[in-house]
Design a protein around this ligand. Structure first.
Ligand code: 4GX
Length: 262
């Protein structure tokens, strides 16, 4: 899979792509990444890439010509390449979109700076706009890295064996259960006994229940989309009862909300 990144700050990408899993995916040739400096496509001798906004107002806007020329050059090599613009105005990124994009051979990421890019870039050159969350970054570079990281770990061979396939089914809109490793006793805080029991059935039931508990408490919006078995629903009833008891018996707003979400 090929990733091309259009940016004014190429050096931002060096260490994240050299380290760990991404670095190994590159070494193994499972992904190819090219960093392209938009400034190299500016037409004038001072290589200007931004200008003041028509209509007035604060800050600068990225010009259409350098970005357009850069994208046209890349698309002339591979017409099927898909252009993704990272912007808070885009569709929220998700595991589902990561999975879909992981089957595309060639993605081009446009990283904006300043107050944004000339609207004609979107109109003429962008296939898709993605947001990594409802907060404001200083530019699209870190957002592009988030998207590339999430896609790369899903590619065959990147995580070794078939962990990505397993993880995919595991994601299923549930948060992860709590994990522990040695020591057993850290400053009086202990590892739950069941994890030392050696009883694999009990352990997997405990993990399922704690995953459900976490999701119910922290992300009830996910729970509504999860594939729940009748056994899961029973565990959720236990969780709600336990939560109720720990709250002194009264039905909290949280419990009522959980009950109505069925
Ligand atoms: N998810 N940013 C883009 C420049 C900009 C400003 C206004 C369009 C309109 C972001 C995010 C993000 C910061 C990238 C502003 N572009 N990108 N940049 N959240 O915050 O993707």
């Amino acid at each position: 899979m090929r990733f091309d990144i259009l940016t004014l700050f190429p050096r931002m990408f060096s260490s994240p792509f050299e380290e760990s899993i991404l670095g190994r995916a590159l070494e193994k040739g499972l992904v190819q990444i090219r960093i392209i400096n938009i400034r190299d496509f500016a037409l004038d001798k001072h290589q200007v890439v931004d200008d003041t906004p028509y209509g007035g107002g604060q800050g600068m806007v990225m010009k259409v010509e350098p970005i357009g020329r850069a994208i046209e050059k890349l698309k002339s090599e591979e017409a099927s390449a898909r252009v993704i613009h990272l912007t808070p105005q885009g569709k929220p990124f998700s595991q589902k979109r990561a999975r879909e994009l992981s089957s595309m051979p060639h993605l081009i990421f446009l990283c904006g700076r300043y107050e944004g890019v000339d609207e004609r870039v979107r109109e003429l050159f962008v296939d898709e706009e993605i947001s990594v969350g409802d907060y404001v970054l200083t530019g699209g570079e870190l957002a592009a890295m988030v998207v590339i990281d999430a896609i790369t770990r899903l590619l065959p061979g990147v995580l070794g064996s078939d962990r990505s396939a397993i993880e995919d089914s595991f994601f299923n809109f549930l948060l992860e259960y709590p994990q522990y490793t040695r020591p057993f006793d850290f400053r009086g805080s202990l590892v739950p006994d069941v994890l030392l029991s050696g009883n694999h059935l009990l352990i997997s039931q405990w993990r399922r229940k704690e995953a459900l508990r976490r999701t119910w408490i922290r992300r009830p919006d996910l729970l509504a989309r999860a594939d729940l078995t009748p056994g899961d629903r029973k565990l959720l009833e236990e969780i709600e009862k336990e939560h109720c008891e720990s709250q002194g018996g009264g039905l909290s707003a949280k419990t009522l909300n959980g009950l109505t979400q069925g």
